[in-house]
Design a binder for this molecule. Structure first.
Ligand SMILES: NC(=O)c1ccc[n+]([C@@H]2O[C@H](COP(=O)([O-])OP(=O)(O)OC[C@H]3O[C@@H](n4cnc5c(N)ncnc54)[C@H](O)[C@@H]3O)[C@@H](O)[C@H]2O)c1
Ligand SMILES: O=P(O)(O)OC[C@@H](O)[C@@H](O)[C@H](O)[C@H](O)CO
Length: 475
């Protein structure tokens, strides 16, 4: 039985007007930013920062979906408008964001090429997930990955459209080169260490494999900006849509819920200009690595640890897992190891304020009104652990310490990979095959998929093996 939603005035959802630029007067700035990966985070972060800049009237975003058209179709019905729900411990606040002026199905590669080759376009932003960069354990583009190889064949044949976001971007950059539209910046906003370099390796790797002259043009004309991005943004639910209807008195098919906290650190050049994102609190730095490491290790590292340990213990959300003392102790121990490698010379002169950052994270993770599902965070672990666990493990061992807390994250992932009903990972088949082995050989084979050099270290294999089964399901 379905229960009709009613708003504060008692109206049913169907009788409410739909959000669009007629209902909500909002200027429609010209497209100067093209985005790939029209998901929840893009809307709560880059679109919000752009809408808050003092020169917002000059900067519209054309945003493309990644794999399915749904999000673009839904947003296009609303002229790109959506509601940002800031969900604090104490309650919700609602604001309409108007910076997305065009929402497009990612399969429309011709429209992407048109927009990227327009002289007015200055920036391409990306939130296509870590796994989409198809970077192997050696940090380079994996040209043998089937979708990358497929795109390379399509590009070489000149027939058909690429299907990966990076393949599509390279195709569109070729159009910009042909149009003589000049340099631009690519701004990676995915949770990757040195994400500007990762994006550069992926784009340059594809361009090089397709057309060496295009690769040279990319080298000379595309600036790859590195960023550290932060705002916890879970997937939107039906209940979120109903909450907007009830509070705002209109229908919005694409609201996004996020925590009040937000942070954006950027490093790199914008040869064709950029919005004044600093007006909304974005910070521009020369050396981004300490900020990236702080965020990727402390926040994302703890998230991954909670995702695997928490689900093994029967929890569903971050807040639930953190309330479990066994998970909390594991997080604090991992933070101690990470903190030891974020201080002193590792901070590179940046004032990282780690104790305050840790305290703030505990409060952010405990916000039970944000239902951040562990299953979502758990996806693509083979890629994420390279940035979240491995650097801390290696740094600890280089200091002569065991790195046991970082190793515990890896052990929990291995346990989870064998126990999970659904194991979503670009290397899921390979992980399943490795899990058929026994004992230390099994651990070595799974570890090798994350980092072959670490897997060759018998002491690490022994350490991780000894930590398997730490999180029995008795929550
Ligand atoms: N959600 C957050 O709290 C958060 C915070 C900081 C950074 N991020 C970064 O943003 C990324 C996206 O997060 P989100 O919450 O918007 O996710 P989402 O699922 O809402 O959107 C992801 C977008 O990328 C596309 N996509 C996903 N996998 C792809 C693939 N393999 N190939 C092509 N396109 C693909 C999807 O179609 C969608 O358009 C994360 O992976 C992370 O790197 C997210
Ligand atoms: O988005 P992912 O998949 O990279 O990682 C899951 C979470 O750790 C991540 O989304 C955090 O919530 C986010 O990075 C907070 O800023």
């Amino acid at each position: 039985m379905s229960i009709e939603q009613t708003d504060v005035t008692g109206k049913t959802a169907e009788s409410l007007p739909q959000l669009d630029r007629t209902l909500h007067a909002a200027a429609k700035p010209p497209v100067r930013i093209v985005h790939l990966g029209l998901g929840a985070f893009h809307r709560s972060h880059q679109a919000w920062y752009t809408s808050q800049a003092s020169d917002a009237a000059d900067w519209g975003i054309a945003s493309f979906t990644g794999r399915r058209p749904d999000a673009a179709l839904a947003l296009a019905e609303q002229d790109g408008l959506f509601t940002l729900v800031e969900r604090a411990d104490g309650g919700d606040s609602f604001a309409v964001v108007g910076s997305i002026v065009e929402a497009v199905d990612g399969a429309d590669v011709q429209r992407l090429a048109e927009l990227v080759s327009a002289p007015a376009t200055s920036i391409v932003t990306l939130t296509v997930t870590e796994a989409a960069y198809r970077i192997g354990a050696d940090g380079q583009l994996d040209t043998t990955a089937s979708d990358v190889a497929g795109d390379l064949a399509l590009l070489a044949s000149g027939s058909g459209n690429p299907s990966t976001p990076l393949g599509r971007l390279v195709f569109a950059l070729a159009a910009r080169r042909a149009a003589g539209a000049g340099p631009l910046a690519v701004v990676c906003c995915d949770n990757l260490a040195d994400n500007g370099t990762v994006a550069r390796n992926a784009v340059a790797g594809l361009a090089q494999a397709w057309d060496a002259e295009l690769a040279a043009w990319v080298e000379a004309n595309v600036s790859f900006v590195s960023t550290s991005v932060d705002r916890i943004t879970p997937r939107t639910t039906e209940a979120d849509i109903a909450a907007v209807e009830a509070a705002c008195g209109y229908r919005d098919n694409s609201p996004v819920v996020a925590e009040p906290f937000t942070n954006w650190v950027l490093s790199g050049d914008f040869p064709a200009g950029r919005p004044r994102w600093e007006d909304a609190g974005a910070v521009f730095v020369d050396h981004i690595e300490p900020y990236e490491n702080r965020k990727l290790w402390l926040l994302n590292g703890a998230h991954s640890l909670l995702a695997y340990a928490g689900q093994l213990r029967g929890h569903t959300t971050v807040a639930q897992a953190l309330a479990d003392p066994q998970c909390l102790i594991a997080v604090e121990s991992f933070w101690d190891e990470a903190e030891a490698n974020l201080s002193g010379a590792a901070a590179g002169g940046a004032d990282l304020q780690i104790p305050a950052y840790r305290a703030a994270l505990l409060a952010r993770f405990s916000n039970a009104r944000i239902a951040h599902h562990l299953a979502q965070i758990a996806m693509d672990g083979s890629t994420k652990l390279r940035m979240r666990a491995m650097p801390v493990l290696l740094a600890e061992r280089a200091q002569g310490r065991s790195g046991a807390a970082a190793a515990l994250m890896i052990a929990a992932w291995i346990d989870f990979s064998a126990a999970a009903e659904t194991f979503h990972d670009p290397l899921a088949t390979e992980v399943a095959a490795a899990n058929q082995l026994e004992g230390a050989e099994r651990v070595r084979a799974v570890l090798a998929l994350v980092d072959p050099a670490v897997a060759a270290d018998d002491a690490v294999v022994e350490l991780v093996s000894g930590l398997l089964g730490t999180f029995p399901a008795d929550a």
